[in-house]
Ligand binder design. Structure first.
Ligand code: SPV
Ligand code: MG
Length: 553
């Protein structure tokens, strides 16, 4: 028994449902407030202002739809508006359900539907369908008490959320029928199961509702709508024991005034100059609409638009081990089965949708003249290394980009695998590196020691990171060989640029290799993610590699 009790003790309290929060407001000893909203936008503004709950006003929703508050909007049209409001905010909504949109049967269906839509409660008034607004005309007819009680019971029996609230609205004062009639009806509605009473009055003072509250003596929560007695200090409502005040239509009325003013002004002036600074900016609209969240979701769910990706190809060196093959051209331009390696490499990037390819040239730079690439030059190529070549393209290391040696060939889908990782610096590492030839004298390999050896499953998405990377790693300590292509995110690009700057300052840049650059980043605790690939790549370092490259293709 004991562990269970302990677990229960440690558990976070379950968040309260919207209906529960409305119920808590009704039952709270403090005076609480509901603010009117009539669509998703106004609901967000009410929440932003700090209110704990929303009054979905029938008058306001109707007016916003351009119709009268006389049940001209059908109940399903109202539910549609409510759905937008409920989606737009986390606040509980008490909906103005007019007369329940029909008899007990319509009430049952409406309550079930409202519970489905996450609405916290409904307020129904004891008038006749089709109703009209309480501030129009005199002496509106009231519903039969028993019939109205049946509607309350039907609503309570139909709620699927135990905390859903049914508020019974007394129109006795509106109909000029006085306090006794109001109290008689209040008793009946309370007995029928109403969770609270809304007492309405169209006097300019709080006299009727204060008188009612005194007689009612707190037997159930009282809700009021001081639209007409707006000048009454709020403390009077507190002192009278009112539970909830509804500010019933003020966002709609504010919107009417503001829209009228701006429309008239633009019409008159035929320019926007006079209004621009007086109204919400479009940025405000985007913020209210939650565009930030959409941008974050796009990052998470949409494939990166690859035409925005850059590939920086390091192709400055001669490749002396290739002897006469590079006497008249840099090694990236050596022909493999009818095409220079570089053309094939650029084709791999372009086929993957990476159209911005920047080649860093050096040795015999004029021979690198492929169409559809841009070039930067490392004129000190004979005395500098790869990091210095990359530094020549520092201005292009921006946003998401690939960095690649210029003398390698690999399977195109490796680029997709690098893209799929959300990490900032990602390198492709050959897990089958030990199977590659290693007979050439002085053969240099870009070895990587990883946080985990290859699991045997290329689809294993357990993240692996490079712990150490270098040419001088003991082979028995290594888990793979970098194939010469890396992918940076926008942040990864910033980190690489910053490291190049640091190397420039400490004097290590001219001679540094790409591996030394990565090792410095690892040394600064920047994670270098490893994507294991199964061989199927090659670099062209000597004449034998050129033959292998032909076979590879
Ligand atoms: C509403 O806001 O639609 C109401 C309150 O029902 S009142 O307009 O005062 O009747
Ligand atoms: Mg109404």
């Amino acid at each position: 028994m004991q562990p269970i009790a302990k677990q229960a003790w440690n558990r976070e309290p379950a968040p309260r449902s919207k209906a529960r929060r409305l119920r808590d407001m009704l039952e709270s000893p403090e005076l609480e407030f509901l603010m009117e909203a009539h669509n998703g936008l106004s609901a967000k503004i009410v929440e932003e202002a700090g209110f704990k709950g929303i009054w979905a006003s029938g008058l306001s929703m109707s007016a916003a739809l351009g119709v009268r508050d006389s049940n001209e909007a059908s109940w399903t049209q109202v539910v549609e508006v409510l759905e937008f409001m409920a989606d737009a905010t986390g606040l509980p909504i008490l909906v103005d359900g007019d007369t329940g949109w029909g008899n007990f049967n319509n009430m049952r269906r409406a309550v079930a539907k409202l519970c489905q839509r996450g609405i916290a409660g409904i307020c129904i008034e004891d008038k006749l369908f089709p109703k009209t607004n309480s501030f129009i005309g005199d002496g509106q007819p009231l519903a039969d008490v028993d019939e109205f009680c049946g509607k309350i019971k039907a609503g309570k029996d139909s709620q699927t959320d135990p905390d859903f609230c049914v508020v019974a609205r007394l129109e006795a004062f509106i109909a000029g029928r006085g306090l006794d009639e109001a109290l008689r009806r209040a008793e009946a509605y309370h007995a029928a199961g109403a969770d609270a009473l809304l007492v309405h009055s169209k006097l300019s003072t709080a006299e009727e509702i204060v008188g009612f509250a005194r007689e009612w003596a707190g037997r159930s929560p009282i809700v009021i709508v001081p639209t007409k007695y707006y000048a009454t200090p709020t403390d009077e409502f507190r002192n009278a024991g009112i539970s909830v005040v509804i500010w019933a239509n003020h966002n709609l009325r504010a919107a009417i005034s503001a829209m009228r003013e701006v429309s008239r002004r633009i019409y008159r002036d035929q320019t926007l100059a006079g209004v621009e600074n007086a109204i919400a900016g479009v940025q405000d609209v985007f913020e209210l609409a939650g565009n930030d969240e959409l941008a974050a979701a796009e990052k998470r769910y949409l494939p990166m638009p690859r035409d925005k990706l850059t590939a920086i190809v390091l192709a400055a060196s001669r490749g002396a081990a290739l002897g006469s093959l590079t006497a008249d051209k840099p090694k990236c331009m050596i022909d493999v089965r009818g095409q220079p390696i570089l053309r094939r490499l650029v084709g791999t990037f372009k086929d993957s949708g990476v159209h911005d390819v920047v080649v860093v040239r050096g040795y015999m730079k004029d021979k690198i003249n492929l169409p559809s690439i841009s070039t930067v030059d490392n004129d000190l190529y004979s005395s500098t290394g790869e990091a210095a070549s990359l530094a020549c393209a520092a201005g292009r290391i921006a946003g998401a980009c690939f960095i690649s040696y210029g003398d390698i060939l690999f399977r195109q889908h490796y680029l997709d695998r690098l893209m799929e990782s959300g990490d900032d610096i990602v390198i492709a590492v050959d897990a089958l590196w030990r199977e590659r030839r290693s007979d050439a004298a002085g053969w240099v390999r870009d070895l990587v020691r990883c946080s985990q050896p290859f699991s045997g499953d290329y689809l294993d998405d357990q993240p692996v990171f490079a712990d150490e990377i270098g040419n001088d790693l003991a082979p028995q300590a290594a888990h793979g060989e970098w194939i010469g292509v890396a992918r940076l995110s926008a942040k990864g690009s910033r980190l690489v640029r910053a490291e190049i700057d640091a190397m420039r300052v400490d004097g290590t840049l001219p001679k540094a290799s790409m591996l030394q650059l990565f090792q410095r980043l690892i040394g600064r605790d920047h994670r270098v993610r490893v994507i294991y690939v199964p061989g199927q790549w090659l670099d062209v370092d000597d004449a034998a590699d050129v033959t292998t490259a032909g076979r590879f293709l």
